[in-house]
Design a protein around this ligand. Structure first.
Ligand SMILES: *Cc1c(COP(=O)(O)O)cnc(C)c1O
Length: 460
């Protein structure tokens, strides 16, 4: 049974920021203005913002102090060397190339290694990862084990790659058409589920067999390492740092959004050993991100990221972080709200198609749920379903929807207390009891890539 005691925050608060109350009428107007897209709502008009855990962390006093030590030299700032040291000590790769955020790391990596017609497998690609591959006219292939798509399978490592599928896929495409294999830890688009060390090692062995580089999408490496410690027997007595080091020891490199497990508001990097590839990435980086020792960031940002990478491995922090997710998830599940199980590292995922069974997939039940959560309670969540991942296979053809129709309630790191989460749980339970009133939507305007950010919709 889920423990639904509120988890005690392992920090005290020394700076506060007011929450904003809005009226239902104001929210209704804002929804109309934004094209029923919560990405278009001004943040000050949101009471509890669970849109994302990306870049929304509260920094520690030590990180804020670090900002003041920013060395804003153009080349070779001391903070770069601090970051390099922090990354090397955890990830273990020789090249550390900062970028302004994770997708920039993806872009410079893929732009240096992926060609038109190639395929890049992963367990499940995150949306920006997929977009950065597709924009090069290559294919992003999701090869997670079947359990990843089963919201009821209470398995410890639902982020695992399906190794049989991976081998078959590489055999079919030919290793020459697969420039790299990725693995997302934890698997954000698949419910924030962890990948086992066993699976990381075995994926690495498959890649080595075919001579294909293996990269981790490491955004939530610390949360993944924590779950390995808790769920994979052989690792119960290892520190989270040792587990993270072992995870990376099987890879050839990693992309990272510092906005997740580096506890910063902006930043990212790509790290790897291959000298020739690192050279190409740096050349790519200079075109859009900047000189290789700052990569689109200020010296102070590099310092905050270096410090955050060490803080995130604190086991009291990780214990509380995952307990917060389990607390919110446990409260709503206990009241009969359909949720993705087990609870992952950074978010609770509602099963929108079960929550709103009267709304067809073509009318975007997940999206409808995000609209209702904002309209009724001022809570902002994100749809990870038909609008984010639906694909039209050709002109006039019907839309193909992803397996899962989810609404993600991402919990920003160190930002909300247990009573905030209690408010969210009560709101969701209330909405579930009044679910019949929620209406589906249709898209009236969209862009070809990452359409969920800017799409405009109307209610049916
Ligand atoms: C957030 C995220 C990214 C992209 O990082 P940004 O900093 O948002 O550009 C890539 N992969 C995963 C798994 C992520 O969660």
């Amino acid at each position: 049974m889920t423990d639904i005691k509120p988890p005690m925050e392992p920090f005290r608060i020394k700076m506060v920021e007011p929450l904003h109350a809005t009226s239902r009428r104001e929210r209704e107007t804002l929804l109309k203005q934004s094209g029923f897209n919560v990405f278009g709502i001004p943040a000050e008009k949101v009471t509890i913002d669970l849109l994302t855990d990306s870049g929304t962390s509260a920094m520690s006093d030590d990180q804020w102090a670090g900002l003041m030590t920013g060395d804003e030299s153009y080349a070779g700032a001391r903070n770069f060397f601090h970051l390099e040291e922090a990354v090397r000590s955890i990830f273990g790769f020789s090249h550390v190339i900062p970028t302004h955020q994770g997708r920039a790391a993806e872009r410079v990596l893929f732009g240096s290694i992926v060609k038109k017609g190639d395929s890049v497998p992963s367990n499940i690609h995150f949306d920006t990862t997929r977009a950065n591959i597709e924009v090069l006219e290559a294919r992003a292939e999701d090869l997670a084990a079947a359990a990843a798509y089963d919201p009821d399978a209470e398995l410890p490592f639902k982020g695992d790659m399906d190794l049989a599928k991976l081998k078959k896929f590489i055999d079919r495409k030919g290793a020459g058409k697969v420039p790299l294999v990725m693995l997302t830890v934890t698997n954000n688009s698949g419910g924030g589920q962890p990948v086992s060390l066993k699976n990381i090692k075995e994926t690495s062995e498959v890649c080595a067999h075919y001579g294909i580089p293996f990269f981790l999408d490491a955004c939530r490496f610390a949360e993944n390492a924590w779950f390995i410690k808790k769920r994979e027997k052989a690792y119960a007595k290892k520190s989270v740092l040792e587990i993270a080091q072992e995870m990376f020891s099987y890879a050839d490199g990693a992309t990272m959004s510092g906005k997740k497990d580096a506890l910063v508001n902006i930043g990212g990097f790509v790290t790897l050993d291959d000298d020739a590839l690192a050279e190409r990435i740096k050349n790519n980086l200079i075109i859009s991100e900047g000189f290789p020792t700052y990569g689109g960031l200020a010296g102070r940002d590099l310092e905050a990221m270096a410090r955050g990478l060490k803080e995130v491995l604190d086991e009291d922090y990780l214990e509380h972080r995952t307990a917060q997710v389990a607390y919110l998830g446990g409260l709503v599940a206990k009241a009969g709200v359909p949720v993705f199980k087990p609870f992952g590292g950074h978010a609770v995922y509602l099963l929108a198609d079960r929550f709103l069974p009267h709304i067809r997939r073509a009318q975007y039940p997940g999206w409808a749920l995000t609209v209702a959560l904002y309209r009724e309670y001022g809570i902002r969540a994100v749809e990870i379903g038909g609008v984010m991942f639906g694909q039209k296979t050709g002109k006039g053809k019907a839309e193909v929807f992803p397996e899962l129709e989810l609404v993600r309630l991402a919990i920003p790191r160190r930002v909300y207390t247990a009573s905030h989460l209690r408010y969210v749980a009560d709101a969701i339970i209330d909405l579930h009891m009044n679910r019949d009133k929620v209406r589906g939507l249709r898209i009236v305007r969209e862009s070809p890539f990452l359409r969920h950010f800017t799409a405009r919709l109307e209610e049916l």
